[in-house]
Design a protein around this ligand. Structure first.
Ligand SMILES: NC(=O)c1ccc[n+]([C@@H]2O[C@H](COP(=O)([O-])OP(=O)(O)OC[C@H]3O[C@@H](n4cnc5c(N)ncnc54)[C@H](OP(=O)(O)O)[C@@H]3O)[C@@H](O)[C@H]2O)c1
Length: 336
C-alpha cells in the first residue's frame, strides 16, 4: 500500500518541492489548494503530467473548517503537512487579521479535525525562525521566542497549538522551525528573489536600478529542496518532536546582493539602491542564525546547498527565464 500524504500549501515553494520528494518515494500525494481567479499552479503543473496516478489536487482553505474536514475524511491521509500560510513577514504588518487567521487558526482547525474525528494521521506544522525575533543568535529549540511581527506571533501560536495537541491528546504532531530557505521557485516579493530576478532585468534593460529596503539584516539562508527532506524526516521519527532546521551560517542582504551580482560579474553597488524608509517595518529582526545540532544528530540531516551555490542556482535560473545563459549574461554585464 502506498502511503498517502495531504499537503496544505501545495502551490507554494515548499509544497512543490515536498510533493516531488514524496512522489519519488512512491507516496500518493494530494495537494490542497485554494481557489484563485488566476491560475496559481505553476510550481506543480509538471507533477500532474509526470504522476497522473499518484498526484492530484483538491480545493480547500485553511480558514474553512468544512473544507479541511472534507479533505481529511475523503483521503484519510497517513501524513498531513501544513505548509499553508500567509508567509510574508512584511505583508503581515498590513494584513494582520488574515495572517493570524490563516497561520494560527489554520493549524488549529486541522488538529481539531484529527482529534474530534479520531484520525491517526501524522501532522507536520511549518513554523519559522521569525518566532525567535530579537533573541540573540545562534537560535535553537531552547531559545526564547520574541517575535517582531504578526507573522512571527502567529507561528508561535501554531507552534504551541501543535505541542498542546501532541501533549494533551497524544497526536503525532510535530513542528519544524525552519530558517529562511530559498530556491528558483521562491515567491517574487521575497528579497532573494527580488535580487536574482532584478539582475536578469538589469541585463535585459528592463530596469536600471534595483530598489531594496534594509540591507543589514542577517539571515540563515538554505535551499528549499534540502529543507523538505528534513520536513519529511521529522514525520518519520518514532516520536513526534520539534526541530530547528538551518545551515548554521548567516549573511546580510548586502552579502546576498554582492554574491548574486558577482555571479554575472557586476558590482552590486552600482545597481542597488537602499530605500529604507519605503520598506520600513515597525520592528525589525536583525540577525537569525540557526543551530541545528538536534536535527543533525537525531534526523541525520544536514544541508547540501550552501550560500554561494544557492545564489548561483537562483541567478542562473532567473537568467534562463529571460532566455540568457550565464556566459551571455557575463558578456552583457561587461558592457554595462
Ligand atoms: N520559505 C521560507 O523561508 C520559510 C521559512 C520558515 C517558515 N516558512 C513557512 O513554511 C511554509 C511554506 O513556505 P513557502 O516558502 O512554501 O511559502 P509560500 O510559497 O508563500 O506558500 C504558501 C502556501 O500557502 C497557501 N495558502 C495561503 N493561504 C492559504 C489558505 N487560507 N488556505 C490554503 N492555502 C493557503 C498558498 O496558496 P496560494 O498559492 O494560493 O497563495 C501557498 O500554497 C509556510 O507556512 C511558511 O510560513 C517558510
Amino acid at each position: 500500500m502506498k502511503k498517502k500524504a495531504l499537503i496544505f500549501g501545495v502551490t507554494g515553494q515548499d509544497g512543490s518541492y515536498l510533493s516531488e520528494l514524496l512522489l519519488k518515494k512512491n507516496y500518493e500525494v494530494i495537494g490542497v489548494m485554494r481557489r484563485s481567479s488566476a491560475f496559481n499552479t505553476a510550481r506543480i503543473d509538471h507533477l500532474y503530467a509526470l504522476y497522473p496516478n499518484q498526484f492530484d489536487t483538491s480545493y480547500g482553505d485553511l480558514s474553512d473548517l468544512n473544507s479541511i474536514e472534507r479533505n481529511i475524511e475523503k483521503f484519510e491521509p497517513d501524513e498531513i503537512y501544513n505548509l499553508a500560510a500567509q508567509s510574508h513577514v512584511g505583508v503581515s504588518f498590513e494584513i494582520s487579521d488574515s495572517t493570524f487567521d490563516i497561520n494560527a487558526f489554520g493549524p488549529l482547525n486541522i488538529l481539531q479535525v484529527l482529534k474530534n474525528k479520531g484520525f491517526k494521521s501524522k501532522f507536520y506544522q511549518a513554523c519559522s525562525s521569525e518566532m525567535f525575533g530579537i533573541s540573540p543568535p545562534p537560535q535553537n529549540e531552547n531559545t526564547l521566542f520574541q517575535p517582531q511581527s504578526i507573522y512571527g506571533v502567529s507561528k508561535v501560536c501554531a507552534y504551541y497549538t501543535t505541542r498542546y495537541f501532541r501533549q494533551a491528546f497524544n497526536l503525532f504532531a510535530a513542528n519544524g522551525i525552519l530558517f529562511n530557505h530559498e530556491s528558483p521557485r521562491r515567491g517574487l516579493n521575497f528579497v532573494t528573489k527580488k535580487i536574482t530576478i532584478g539582475i536578469a532585468k538589469i541585463l535585459t534593460n528592463e530596469i536600471k536600478i534595483l530598489e531594496l529596503g534594509n540591507l543589514s539584516a542577517r539571515r540563515d539562508w538554505g535551499f528549499a529542496g534540502d529543507y523538505v527532506e528534513a520536513i519529511w524526516n521529522i514525520l518519520q521519527q518514532d516520536k513526534p518532536d520539534d526541530f530547528v532546521i538551518s545551515t548554521g551560517e548567516n549573511y546580510s542582504i548586502e552579502d546576498f546582493a554582492r554574491e548574486a551580482f558577482n555571479v554575472v560579474g557586476l558590482d552590486w553597488k552600482k545597481f542597488v539602491k537602499s530605500n529604507v524608509s519605503r520598506y520600513l517595518r515597525p520592528s525589525e529582526v536583525p540577525s537569525l542564525l540557526g543551530d541545528s545540532s538536534k536535527a543533525i544528530k537525531q534526523l541525520k540531516w544536514k544541508p547540501k546547498v550552501l550560500f554561494k551555490d544557492l545564489c548561483l542556482m537562483m541567478v542562473e535560473s532567473d537568467l534562463k527565464s529571460f532566455n540568457l545563459t550565464l556566459d551571455e549574461a557575463k558578456k552583457i554585464a561587461k558592457k554595462l
